[in-house]
Design a protein around this ligand. Structure first.
Ligand code: HEC
Length: 90
């Protein structure tokens, strides 16, 4: 019994970094799943509207559009745009 606190501490060290990683890495994909995929089954549907990675003008337009289209949060919007670009126009 006296070993239990140490074991729990070790367990939390083992688990926490893994949780932090999965929370950060697929942020754009998570936004897509939560806020977009209910209506857009496939990113291919909106491919035409996704700018090339170096198209800043196109990105600004998409950004403006998404401000009033289901991505009001700035960080979520940036993450989902990055993810969409990587998915459709790498
Ligand atoms: C409530 C349903 C719904 C949700 C949720 C939704 N959309 Fe849409 N979206 C539409 C409809 C309807 C259109 C207009 C018809 C079309 O172009 O397919 C559209 C159009 C678009 C377009 C423009 C497509 C084009 O060809 O010009 C993009 C880009 C887009 N959505 C991205 C997103 C993203 C990213 C999200 C999540 C942040 C999202 N949508 C969430 C329904 C939705």
């Amino acid at each position: 019994m006296s070993h239990r606190p140490a074991a729990l501490l070790l367990l939390s060290f083992l688990l926490f970094p893994a949780a932090a990683c999965t929370a950060e890495e697929p942020a754009g994909e998570a936004v897509w799943s939560n806020a977009c995929s209910g209506c857009h089954a496939d990113t291919a549907e909106i491919r035409e509207a996704i700018p090339k990675a170096d198209d800043e003008n196109g990105r600004a337009k998409l950004e403006t559009f998404l401000t009033r289209h289901h991505a009001p949060d700035e960080a979520d919007r940036a993450a989902v745009i990055d993810w969409l670009i990587a998915q459709t126009n790498p």
